[in-house]
Design a protein around this ligand. Sequence first.
Ligand code: NAD
Ligand code: ZN
Length: 513
Amino acid sequence: MPHIFLYGPSGSGKSTVGKILADILNLPFLDLDVEIENSARQSIPDMMVEHGEAFFRDLETNALRSVSASCETVVSLGGGTLLRTENRVIAETIGRVILLETDLPTLVARLLRDGNQRPLLAVKLENKLAHQLKVRKAHYRSFALRVDSSPAPGQVVRDIQRLLGRYHLGSMEPGYDVIVQEGVLDQLGEMLRSRNLGGPVLVVSDTNTSPLYGDRVLGSLQAAGYTTTQLAIPAGEIHKNLETIVSLWHGCLKAGLDRKSTIVSLGGGVVGDLAGFAAATFMRGCVWVSVPTTLLAMVDASLGGKTGFDLPEGKNLVGAFHPPRLVPVDPDVLSTLPDRELRAGMAEVVKHGIIADPDLFALCTQGWDAVSSRIPEVVRRGIAVKVKIIEEDPYESGIRAALNFGHTIGHAVELVSGFNLLHGEAVAIGMVIETRLAERILETDPGLSEMLAGTLSGLGLPVEIPDNLDRADIIQSMKMDKKKTAGVVRFALPVRIGCVKVGVEVANLEETL
Ligand code: NAD
Ligand code: ZN
């Protein structure tokens, strides 16, 4: 995996932010200046005075070269490390450079507070810094990945994660990486190897994803030395049942899997839920890696470790928490996803925006053309919301229930439609109706449901229950929903954009539709 280099002027927060980022991503951290000072046993200002800047830059080049041999690391660079072309080439070859930018007063305030005697900055701090920023302006601006580092370090870290599409979920042992990167399918074998995941590997796809991406995934795994078998299940929610699970268990046996082997799911939420459940139960649990190929699976189903299948009486009635060991996300695969499926996935993105990312919701309100031209960004932002929520509440004892917004009614509508409505389409309808309910029983902004309906319609999603669906059947189905406890159905309902109230009890379901 490429290294993560943090770059920017002194005072931009490279070290503070770098340490937090490394900690959150469960990666090693290296401060290049500290590394150089330790190995030279001399402070950088003394080195500059005694040996001159060229000497120091040579040491930087050597230190950078030695980073290339180590495993993925978060590296904080010196304020001028990449002025030397050779250094920049090294950094951009072995990693991605994030520039931290902020204004002069913030830089000065931070440096004075730190009392830090950095090179070139000891005297007349502000003037020197202003001059340096002016001289280096074009240089700093030439980096494509830039983050405003004025906010608190925790916020800067979240912004960097969103930009890189790089997350680590550590709340459920042993933790796993979520890596959003174009072309990551071809690096799968290498990624499994570097995490010591065992073979043989069973790749579970469906009849649509297998011909599109099966060979690439198998090729990558085989190139890394894995013995592989592919099993393509019939595509579609109607196959998310026990019969398919049984076929997967048999497939595991036939492929020679044991408890240390790995199942890779290559598909949407249906394939992920099924393959994950097979992994949770085969030999009392083996490893799985989730490679989501639909927008819905990327921003929702592949994250959080919920696996399971449907019964005729309702969706996801049998399941297990069994987190994957890795979630590689390749937004490029969405280019083959049917338009209707992509729009359905946007329903979950809208939901994420409403729960915790008003900026993401604002993007969704701009309509399909605006959104569809920014899908990789939508994927990265959508994932950020879900990761934040499940890290706060891994076993759904509190705030995670917010993710059920739109789903209590949505699941019932989906089921009663006989799965003619896609999951996301049913959730779109569910969100609008549940928001109307919220307007009646909570202090929810009046007009929110109308605004939401406009946004979802603008993305080509349905917002009303089709006339041919029986309301009584939908209510009956809600009563079967597994989220009810002691006979009471609990809803997650929006109060405003960015705030959802969980555990709202509704006794009389007949009044909800
Ligand atoms: P899906 O898996 O049925 O995929 C939708 C369709 O797209 C299928 O026909 C599939 O073959 C096809 N497809 C997938 N990737 C493709 C690609 N890149 N190119 C072309 N075709 C492709 O459905 P989904 O919408 O991904 O997932 C819905 C399921 O996810 C539901 O069963 C839902 O309950 C579940 N889900 C689970 C969780 C969770 O936390 N586990 C969360 C949300 C939803
Ligand atoms: Zn959903």
